[in-house]
Design a protein around this ligand. Sequence first.
Ligand code: AHR
Length: 508
Amino acid sequence: MSAASARLDPQNEITTIDRRLFGGFVEHLGRHIYDGIFEPGHPSADAEGFRTDVIELVKELGVTTIRYPGGNFVSGYRWEDGIGPVSERPRRLDLAWHTTDTNEVGLHEFQAWLDRVGSQLMLAVNLGTRGTQEALDLLEYSNVSAQTAWTDRRVANGRENPFAVSMWCLGNEMDGPWQIGHLNADDYGKLASRTAKAMRMIDPSIELVACGSSGRDMPTFGTWERQILEHTFDDVDFISCHSYYQEHRGDAQEFLASGVDMSKFIESVAAIADSVAATKKSEKRIMISFDEWNVWYLRNDDNDAESGHEYKGGEWPVAPRLLEDRYHALDAVVFGDLLITLLQHSDRVRSASLAQLVNVIAPIMTEPGGPAWRQTTFHPFSITSRLAQGRAVRVPVDAGTFTSERFGEVSAVNAVATIDGEGASLFLTNRSTTDATDLTVDLAAIRPAFGHDVHIVESHLLHEDDMYAANSLEDTERVGVRAATAAISDSTLSISLPAVSWVAIRLA
Ligand code: AHR
């Protein structure tokens, strides 16, 4: 058993949190839409074919925005295929995932689903096989109220009022050689800049995201950011970061340091954006949209039985089982730590999207005709999204360390807090695989604001003695959260953190 100490002090404020930090991502991929959120024959389906059991879980998850429709998929997508009478919509090959899209769900249906789950739409435009004109058409169709040929079509398709989409991604992962229409940084920078300028001529109020690197390990990382921002600096508000983590070769301790990698990624991109600002003698700060993050093991190109789909030249299945990762308790602790990392950088990361939401590398799983259930990662997300309100506050921790191959000495305990009008929330991970820790948190600095009777309103612990325990169709509730062991005496909060654990505490 180790001991650690920390101090919760409102003076250590990072920023007021942008609630878009708790966004999600829905791609036309595998069983995400079809046989995921949309399954007309399911006993819980509503009149539009959406599963209401999934809607309830998405609401409980608490995703504030949803990026749509991709992902790699968007780089071959014709958005017009998804509007108008469903019976007249074309079936199309999706080259990104080697499947067939029936287009039964498009912009109108997806917005109707979002209205039910209570999240805001964030749209990505296709800059892979298409370009500026198609992006303008989609923006006009979505956001304009003046009468035009496009808005007449929107009204004819049942939507009088504009969709009023405020955040737009200028393509997806255009640095990746796998991307349909992959570009070099110069070509992408020029295309993104002229598309952004033209889009703002239609709607100056929109916020635009330029594609950053699809990972910090990309060979072009860094130069890509600098070059594309040299072209787009005045035209965009955000640059994207994407990052997926996994345990390699059973090295759980190294996997638990993933948050350090995410931190370095964010800090590097912010530094590059600020260096471009400096050369332009500009005070503008480009913000980060961390619009794909998660733990991810199964890759489509693994071409293995587990991914449930093999590439075959002539086979283009509809909604096959793709990337259906099953998450264990260790994944959920790393995942919770990534959320802590995002909050620690919430002054720069003003938007983030958990990739993805249902069935595909997802916190929610479904079985056709059967149940929907929460994966282990569901819990840290829903609890953090609900409790992390108001201002984010840095919580320095004095704790033991472990040695990471990539990052050297890493603190075993990671923490962040939020403070709002009603109370404070503390989020913690014990990233050590070997040592449980007794943590004490000095609350003296928050007592004046809270009165003298600071008490614990709720506490949550995610920990399993078997860190590879997971939920499944056979046992949908195997892993959940339970109350943490925590108490307050005088001005000190004491919390027990088992090895490999995630904890949230609400104080009022
Ligand atoms: O989220 C799965 C895929 O990961 C997305 O389609 C792509 O953008 C990324 O490479």
